[in-house]
Design a protein around this ligand. Structure first.
Ligand code: NAP
Length: 261
């Protein structure tokens, strides 16, 4: 159980982050939910779709009897991340679990990849995890059972054509995981990475919509012959966050239906 623990989950408004926030709440954790209304212009009176999604996650977490609050923050922005982490500490008084989950894709072959697309993916996926780890490490060191869980990808393990930026960011997260595991171990903070394969979220929905044949071929190449569900990643995150996983650190665990065996 995660009773009395506070979790910070980045990219918690939908997909894998939402599933993790809900699973941790079911296990007893309070949740600070980070979301980002990616540069969408909405009038001040109107909630953005991301805000509406984050509000729904708050309602779900509170239905489990836990506390939840959502924070608008671009994880890639060092100062914004620092101020958000400061606000979370003011609001919750502690942070025990950090889930670095926020991520984007901007796929194209290296021949065509723009500098902007390279930078956006590295800044969100890798620097975002650095920013939150940097600003919350002091709080995590004070926790009796501090945990950092970075959501990497099988693309960071094997590489993937069309994803030079994404694969580099996800491989970088594995290096970050192993270094932080060594740096924070003396105070019992564990740091692990999860490498999902193909998981059914908005990030992968386009693939199924735009190219049914490619999606079927991808599924056929997965030994378990199906796409994974966000909850299947969340279950592992909840285990790694629990006391039962106190002796696991610096590890990278695939949740990929055997895709990368
Ligand atoms: P998703 O459905 O597209 O959700 C992405 C989340 O990240 C959203 O909550 C989004 O927030 C947030 N986000 C994006 N940019 C952000 C920023 N700059 N600052 C703060 N939040 C930001 O994606 P997903 O499939 O759940 O993926 C979650 C993580 O798993 C990602 O790191 C992804 O790389 C990784 N992953 C996914 C798969 C897969 O097959 N789905 C496989 C391997 C790894 P808003 O909606 O508020 O903008």
């Amino acid at each position: 159980m995660l009773t009395d623990r506070t979790a910070v989950v980045t990219g918690a408004s939908r997909g894998i982050g939402r599933a993790i926030a809900l699973h941790l709440a079911r296990e007893g954790a309070d949740a600070a939910l980070i979301y980002f209304a990616a540069a969408k212009q909405v009038s001040p009176e109107q909630l953005s779709p991301e805000q509406v999604a984050a509000e729904k996650v708050i309602a779900e977490v509170t239905s489990y009897g836990r506390r939840a609050k959502a924070y608008l923050c671009d994880v890639a922005d060092f100062a914004w991340a620092r101020d958000t982490c400061g606000q979370i500490m003011e609001d919750f008084g502690r942070v025990d679990i950090l889930i670095n989950n926020a991520g984007i894709v901007r796929d194209s072959l290296i021949l065509k990849m723009s500098e902007a697309d390279y930078d956006a993916v590295l800044d969100t996926n890798l620097k975002g995890a650095f920013n939150f780890s940097r600003h919350l490490s002091r709080a995590l060191l004070k926790s009796p059972a501090g945990r950092i869980i970075n959501i990497s990808s099988v693309s960071g393990l094997t590489g993937n054509p069309g994803q030079a930026n994404y694969s580099a960011s996800k491989a970088g997260l594995i290096g970050l995981t192993k270094t932080l595991a060594k740096e924070l171990a003396s105070r019992r903070v564990t740091v692990n990475a999860i490498a999902p394969g193909l998981i059914a979220t908005d990030m992968t929905a386009n693939l199924e919509k735009s190219d049914q044949n490619a999606a079927e071929a991808l599924k056929a190449g997965i030994p378990l012959k199906r796409i994974g569900q966000p909850e299947e990643v969340a279950a592992l995150a909840a285990f790694l966050a629990s006391d039962a996983a106190a002796y696991i650190t610096g590890e990278v665990i695939r949740v990929d239906g055997g895709m990368c065996i």
